[in-house]
Design a protein around this ligand. Structure first.
Ligand SMILES: Nc1ncnc2c1ncn2[C@@H]1O[C@H](COP(=O)(O)OP(=O)(O)OP(=O)(O)O)[C@@H](O)[C@H]1O
Ligand SMILES: [Mg+2]
Length: 246
């Protein structure tokens, strides 16, 4: 099976005064089409740095990031921005919804910017809303939705361009545990039923248990992987994580 995402020997350091912080220290991983992978690690272990590199939001000092066999680090800034818009959907902990717009209108924003006809916009938005199971919330503004519902609006918006790769940084960091399950199940469904490739960053074992494979990150290095758990089996993931990250 071909890998949609392949990260090879990634290094990234930050300089703060005369101190050098090795945020990523030789990270390699790959995620095949239709798979959900999680990156799990403590605060400061390099998770967000890794996700930013995977999305081409920042460039490594060395190493390669290949998405559908296209090498991000060899692209110009413009090419990389365009490629990200066409092939990736990125989801952050903050939903970044516009407070005065309804769920439906928030999803429609990128299509309005692209100048699509209103009938095309309506049908595409309805399709995305159905995908994330929010048919009953189309007219709600963000403040009238739960955190999980707001994040699903953000996910619907990220799916508009039919991305091959979905990147999510702590997508349920602001969400209660019951709503969080809906988001994890959605990300898993996008991979398994729609053939998306998903990379999710988390520090929570419950979140990571929904993944097909968990990469454990410690001090900028992958110290091991966890596989073979059932969704919701947080205890198993937590036990293995503790052994690996010790
Ligand atoms: N722009 C930056 N300048 C300097 N240091 C940075 C920068 N970004 C990240 N770092 C450092 O790199 C290391 C990894 O940071 P990163 O944000 O990737 O961690 P994280 O695993 O996402 O943590 P958290 O769980 O708190 O979000 C940390 O020590 C952090 O302080
Ligand atoms: Mg982070």
């Amino acid at each position: 099976m071909t890998d949609v995402l392949a990260i090879e020997k990634l290094h990234k350091s930050y300089r703060l005064g005369n101190q050098v912080i090795r945020a990523l220290d030789g990270v390699s991983l790959s995620v095949a089409r239709g798979k959900l992978a999680a990156i799990m690690g403590a605060s400061g272990s390099g998770k967000s740095t890794l996700l930013h590199m995977a999305g081409g939001l920042d460039l490594p000092d060395s190493g390669a990031v290949k998405i559908e066999d296209r090498e991000l680090t060899r692209m110009s800034d413009r090419q990389r921005t365009l490629f990200r818009r066409q092939r990736m959907g990125i989801i952050f902990q903050a939903y970044n919804l516009l407070p005065t717009l309804t769920a439906e209108e928030n999803v429609a924003v990128p299509l309005l910017i692209d100048g699509l006809s209103s009938s095309r916009i309506q049908s595409r938005v309805a399709e995305m809303i159905r995908l994330v199971h929010l048919e009953h919330r189309t007219g709600h503004r963000p403040q009238a939705m739960s955190g999980g519902e707001q994040q699903r609006v953000a996910i619907a918006r990220a799916l508009l361009n039919d991305p091959a790769l979905i990147l999510a940084d702590e997508p349920t960091g602001n969400i209660d545990s019951i709503s969080a399950v809906e988001v994890w199940e959605l990300l898993r469904r996008l991979a398994h039923e729609m053939g998306k490739t998903v990379l999710m960053v988390t520090h929570e074992a419950a979140a990571a248990s929904y993944a097909d494979r968990v990469y454990v990150l410690k001090d900028g290095q992958i110290v091991g992987t966890i596989e073979g758990m059932e969704p919701g089996d947080a205890a198993l993931v937590a036990t293995r994580y503790t052994e690996l990250a010790r």
